[in-house]
Design a protein around this ligand. Structure first.
Ligand code: BES
Ligand code: MN
Ligand code: ZN
Length: 488
């Protein structure tokens, strides 16, 4: 998509579809001031009839001279999320008339550069689709070829250009994550994640190292070894490092759960619960997406990415309830339920991350159904040992339109995961499942500042959401990029 920034009012630039942003409760007169007289009257009358008020992503469209004019509400226009959702509605309007050229006219207010970024994000993310396995494409519209953003005070300056370019990079990396999550498990084995990681490392500024087979055992990656034992697809530990050109201001470790299919193992899931379990590598997809974006965004932070990749299957040799895993840091864990496999593999990666002694560790994992029960499909749980880090991430999430809600790491619940044969066990009583999972993970981060994102709910959507079709969402990527930008 070719993106232009121009200093004009709505109605002064022509296109197949002209979208005009309208703030909630504002008179339409300003927004349509430069429209031809007839059109202005038609739009205003229509808006009155249908009671168009400018609520976020509400639209009103009028055809005139073979061109669509679409008013789109941006609410109070204060939050980036309003603009993303409005832009997503604009993308739908463009699709409805197969527009080749699209104008998005911001309102007459001053716009911070972030607003431009949000509009581009909304448009590009809304245009995502996964159709690798479709033979008949019911709609071959691929989005507008040219997008013009216009506003009376909009400058085509460096700062605004940067925001537009950043948004394009961010959306390409979100698309990579969505593609990986939407891909079928039989194709995206742990070795496939390895080749994606290696591919990203070929482009410079990112390095990649992989442990598989005997090496996993030698390095005591015993969680990955145990979970992979029931599958013919071998597991892998993937390390990636992004190093900035300039001196790094800090070192951060990012850890992702990469279960390429979660059948539950011998503690087999019911069929219904397996239907979406190809998404159980969404944390890993996030790490790969970050490693795709970082060399292009170039924040001054050293980022170490770790992916614990395995397929959780009940095949011959599968680990059994009652087995004990001895971890690299010396901690032993009793496996009572092989379906609580995420924490088993994450423990390996967290040990390695902690050995680096980074400034902080952030992990993302589709870890517990309990988190989905507690917070629903739109909000991720966040837990950790450092309140400041948690609050910063929550703020970044709000900015990104990715809500995070903190749950407490209740010390007394450690009782719940104490084992009679090992140091800890991998399931608790069944209450507060998200908290006991996080407490399990805490045993592997040592003294390092750490935050854990349980993205079991928002990583995958069963219905279309604003700027997000059904399937993998790419959740947490934009939050983490905002965080890395803010410290680099
Ligand atoms: N991958 C699942 C968690 C999950 C469930 C993610 C639903 C997304 C949607 C995880 O490996 C799992 O099976 N967790 C168990 C833990 C239990 C056995 C303690 C769960 O949540 O049921
Ligand atoms: Mn599981
Ligand atoms: Zn799982």
């Amino acid at each position: 998509m070719n993106i232009k920034l121009i200093r004009k009012k709505a109605g002064e630039v022509a296109a197949d579809v002209v979208v005009v942003a309208v703030r909630e409760g504002h008179e339409l007169t300003g927004a349509v001031a430069r429209f031809p007289q007839m059109l202005r009257a038609a739009v205003t009358a229509r808006a009155r009839r249908v009671n168009f008020k400018g609520k976020v992503a509400s639209t009103l469209s009028v055809q005139s001279d073979g061109c669509d004019f679409v008013l789109v509400g941006v609410g109070d226009g204060a939050a980036g999320e309003n603009w993303r959702r409005a832009a997503s509605a604009a993308r739908a309007a463009a699709a409805a008339s197969h527009a080749t050229t699209l104008v998005f006219a911001l309102d007459n207010a001053e716009h911070p550069a972030e607003v431009l970024g949000a509009v581009i994000e909304g448009l590009l993310l809304a245009g995502y689709s996964f159709d690798k396995y479709r033979t008949r494409k019911d709609d071959n519209y691929r989005g507008p070829a040219t997008l013009t953003l216009s506003a009376p005070s909009l400058k085509d300056d460096l700062r605004n250009r940067r925001c537009v370019e950043r948004a394009e990079v961010v959306c390409q990396s979100v698309a990579l994550a969505r593609d990986l999550v939407n891909e079928m498990s039989t194709f995206k084995t742990p070795s496939h994640l390895v080749s994606v990681a290696r591919g990203l490392a070929r482009r410079g500024r990112v390095r990649c190292e992989v442990w598989q087979g005997e090496r996993l055992k030698r390095e005591k990656m015993n969680g990955i070894v145990a979970v992979s034992a029931g599958s013919k697809n071998p597991g892998a530990l993937i390390k990636m490092v992004y190093k900035p050109r300039r001196r790094a201001r800090s070192r951060i470790a990012i850890v992702g759960k990469g279960i390429t299919f979660d059948s539950g193992g011998l503690s087999l899931k019911p069929a219904k619960s397996m239907e979406t379990m190809k998404m159980d590598m969404s944390g890993a997809a996030m790490v790969l997406a970050l490693m795709k974006a970082l060399p292009l965004l170039e924040p001054s932070v050293e980022v170490h990415g770790f992916i614990a990749a395995a397929e959780n299957m009940p095949g011959q040799g599968a680990q059994k309830p009652g087995d004990v895993i001895r971890y690299r840091n010396g901690v032993t864990a009793e496996v009572l339920n092989t379906d609580a496999e995420g924490r088993l593999v994450l423990a390996d990666a967290l040990c390695l991350a902690a050995e680096l002694e980074p400034d902080c560790i952030i992990d993302a994992a589709t870890l517990t159904g309990a988190c989905l029960v507690a917070l629903g499909p739109r909000v991720a749980g966040i837990l950790g040992n450092d309140q400041e880090l948690i609050e910063t991430l929550i703020a970044c999430g709000t900015e990104a339109g990715e809500p995070l809600w903190q749950l407490p790491l209740v010390e007394d619940y450690m009782e719940d995961i104490r084992s009679s044969v090992a140091d800890i066990k991998n399931v608790g009583s069944g209450y507060a499942g998200t908290i006991s999972a996080a407490l399990f993970l805490r045993s592997f981060v040592g003294k390092v500042r750490w935050a854990h994102l349980d993205i079991a709910g928002p990583a995958f959507t069963e219905r279309p959401l604003p700027y997000t079709p059904k399937g993998g969402t790419g959740f947490a990527i934009r939050t983490l990029l905002a965080y890395l930008d803010s410290i680099g």
